[in-house]
Design a protein around this ligand. Structure first.
Ligand code: FE2
Length: 283
């Protein structure tokens, strides 16, 4: 079972990001790609399904998004791509946000001892599996994901969220790989996304200073790579202008003992509480 070296742990602590090539096998990646294509085959798009854009925030008012924390829901890149004659995987931005609890194939993919070990190695005592997303970044239309950190969206007190980002296909500069600002995770959060009293959501600005994005570095990743991101590490990905897709899977974990505010956008119903790796139960 892979276990991080002291050097890797120190790298993660100092830079807020750790790239582990070859963490998942090609077969493991292909298993969840195949499962996603089955879910797409079963899916019947409804009228007015929501669009997911990080550059426009109209979707955040959408009930479809705000009630997706304990469901498997489908989000289109933009309204022009909701043409149902087009293959779904060439039109969708992502599927989220509880694949890891509701679908047995995704549950088995994430509830592996080797992934639980990485969670322990990067500092979790009792991790809870909060959010999962299958990201398509389709050729030619996959959109930019603006500079952000994950903690403002999945707030806990104290901050605890960490992201596991899995390359299901090779991610390159051309097809829109992640970029990040190593070391910036040591700074205080600059914003908080939350449910507003008036309904919908709002972004509260805590510090208006822009990130020093001229220092950005690319995280090109081969299929099967695992990239661990601290919840306070700024990251970004550009549009996919290439003719190749860039499928990825992400899982966000929080610490069980940290306080999870009631005005975070992602809320679970009482009959579907957050779960951990539960390795004893699955072995
Ligand atoms: Fe993110």
């Amino acid at each position: 079972m892979p276990k991080l070296s002291n050097t890797q742990i120190r790298t993660f602590e100092n830079e807020g990001v750790l790239h582990i090539p070859g963490f998942f096998t090609d077969d493991e990646c292909d298993t969840i790609r195949k499962r996603m294509s089955e879910l797409l085959n079963e899916y019947q798009p409804q009228e007015k399904e929501t669009v997911f854009s990080t550059t426009e925030h109209t979707h955040t008012q959408d009930n479809y998004f705000l009630t997706s924390g304990d469901k498997i829901r489908f989000f289109f890149e933009d309204s022009e791509n909701m043409d149902t004659s087009r293959p779904l995987e060439l039109s969708l931005n992502k599927v989220g946000h509880a694949l890891h609890d509701l679908d047995p194939v995704f549950s088995s993919f994430v509830r592996q001892p080797k992934l639980a070990q990485i969670a322990t190695d990067v500092g979790f005592a009792n991790p809870l599996l909060l959010q999962s997303m299958y990201i398509f970044k389709p050729p030619k239309i996959g959109g930019e994901v603006v500079w952000h950190t994950d903690h403002p969206f999945l707030w806990t007190d104290p901050p605890s969220v960490k992201g596991f980002w899995v390359a299901l296909e090779d991610a390159t500069i051309e097809n829109g790989c992640l970029w990040c600002l190593p070391g910036l995770h040591k700074e205080q959060p600059r914003q908080r996304f939350r449910r507003s009293d008036a309904g919908g959501t709002e972004m509260v600005i805590l510090n208006p200073d822009p990130f020093p994005i001229e220092e950005k570095i690319p995280l090109e990743a081969k299929k099967g790579s695992l990239i661990v991101l601290d919840g306070l590490l700024p990251h970004w990905s550009g549009p996919n202008m290439s003719s190749r897709s860039r499928h990825a899977f992400t899982l966000h974990l929080i610490e069980q003992g940290a306080q999870y505010p009631r005005d975070n956008w992602l809320q679970r119903s009482n009959d579907m509480p957050l779960r951990g790796f539960e390795l004893q139960a699955s072995n």
